[in-house]
Design a protein around this ligand. Structure first.
Ligand code: ZN
Length: 296
C-alpha cells in the first residue's frame, strides 16, 4: 500500500515542473513547499514571509481547475464581509492589508476507489425505561468516482473544499499557459498520510450512508471491517484566493473559491474593537434612557 501513491501519482513520466520550468521553494517560517514561475521568488505563497529557500520539488501528471473569478471580485467580497462588522480588528480592514490577498493553486487529489466489507453496530432502543440492545451487521460496498479529497493539512476546511466538487467539469490537463502569477502550494502530507486520509474520508462517508438505514434509536460502530481499494489518485490544482490572517498568534482564513466565488471565512474578534463597540452600545442606551426620562 505504501507504494501506491508513488505508483499512481508520480508515475515514471517526466515531471511537469522540470519540463516547464517551475521553481521550487520552502518557507522556513510556516513550512510550506511551493512552486512558482518566478526564479528567485522570495515571498511565501501561503504566509507572505520572505524567509524562503530553494527546494527541489515538482508535480507530476497534474490536472487543473482554472480560475474563473478575478482577484478584484474576491477583494470586494472580503470588503463586503468585513466592512460593517464592528468586531473585526481595524487592521484587517485596511487597503494595505487587502493587498496581502494571495492567488494560489492548491494541490489536492481526485480519487477513484471502491470500499467493501462489513460494519457491526451495537444498536439501542429505550422504551418505558426498558433498554434493549441489538447487534446489527451490514455487508456493504461502494464505488467512488472522481472524489475530490483535500489532503493538505494547511487549509483543512472540509466545507469549503466541498464547494469545488461541482467544478470538476472544467478540469483540464495542466499546461504552463494556464499559470499567471499564482503560487502552487504543494501537499504537506507523506504518501502514507495521503493513503490514510483517503481511507478515512471514504470509510467515514460509507459508514455515514449505512448508518442512516439503522432504525434503532441509538447506535455505535463496534467493528469496522471495510477494505478500501484505491484505483486512481490524480493530483489536481484547485484555484483559491486566500487571505491568511493572524491575530494574537492565532491563524484565521478567508477562502474564496476561484471558480464560483463561494467563500469560507472565520474572522478574529478584536479586543479593542469589542470594548469600543460595547461602550458605544452602552452610551446609546444610556442616552436614549436619559432622553426618555426627560420627555416623560
Ligand atoms: Zn510561509
Amino acid at each position: 500500500m505504501d507504494n501506491l501513491v508513488n505508483e499512481l501519482v508520480e508515475d515514471n513520466t517526466e515531471s511537469v515542473s522540470q519540463s516547464l520550468g517551475l521553481y521550487g521553494y520552502h518557507c522556513n517560517d510556516c513550512g510550506t513547499n511551493f512552486l512558482s514561475k518566478t526564479e528567485n521568488n522570495n515571498i511565501c505563497g501561503y504566509c507572505g514571509s520572505n524567509n524562503v529557500t530553494e527546494l527541489n520539488a515538482n508535480i507530476n501528471n497534474c490536472s487543473v481547475i482554472p480560475f474563473n473569478k478575478k482577484i478584484e471580485e474576491a477583494k470586494e467580497d472580503y470588503r463586503k464581509h468585513t466592512r460593517f462588522n464592528p468586531l473585526i480588528p481595524f487592521s484587517l480592514k485596511s487597503k494595505k492589508y487587502l493587498n496581502n490577498m494571495k492567488k494560489i493553486y492548491y494541490l489536492t487529489y481526485i480519487v477513484d476507489a471502491s470500499i467493501s466489507g462489513n460494519i457491526e453496530y451495537l444498536a439501542t432502543d429505550k422504551n418505558k425505561k426498558v433498554v434493549q440492545e441489538y447487534n446489527v451487521s451490514y455487508d456493504t460496498s461502494f464505488d467512488y468516482t472522481k472524489c475530490l479529497i483535500n489532503i493538505n493539512k494547511k487549509i483543512s476546511k472540509r466545507e469549503f473544499f466541498n464547494t469545488f466538487k461541482c467544478s470538476l467539469d472544467t478540469l483540464q490537463e495542466f499546461r504552463m499557459s494556464i499559470l499567471e502569477d499564482e503560487t502552487i502550494i504543494l501537499s504537506d502530507c507523506t504518501d502514507e498520510e495521503i493513503i490514510k486520509k483517503i481511507q478515512t474520508v471514504l470509510g467515514k462517508n460509507s459508514i455515514d450512508i449505512v448508518s442512516k438505514d439503522i432504525n434503532h434509536k441509538k447506535h455505535k460502530v463496534t467493528n469496522n471491517n471495510l477494505n478500501t481499494k484505491i484505483d486512481l489518485v490524480q493530483p489536481v490544482l484547485i484555484p483559491i484566493y486566500l487571505m491568511n490572517m493572524k491575530y494574537r498568534n492565532k491563524e484565521y482564513h478567508y477562502l474564496y473559491n476561484g471558480v464560483d466565488g463561494k467563500v469560507y471565512y472565520k474572522y478574529p474578534i478584536g479586543i479593542i474593537e469589542t470594548i469600543i463597540f460595547g461602550l458605544l452600545v452602552f452610551g446609546i442606551v444610556f442616552l436614549l434612557g436619559y432622553l426618555i426620562s426627560i420627555i416623560i
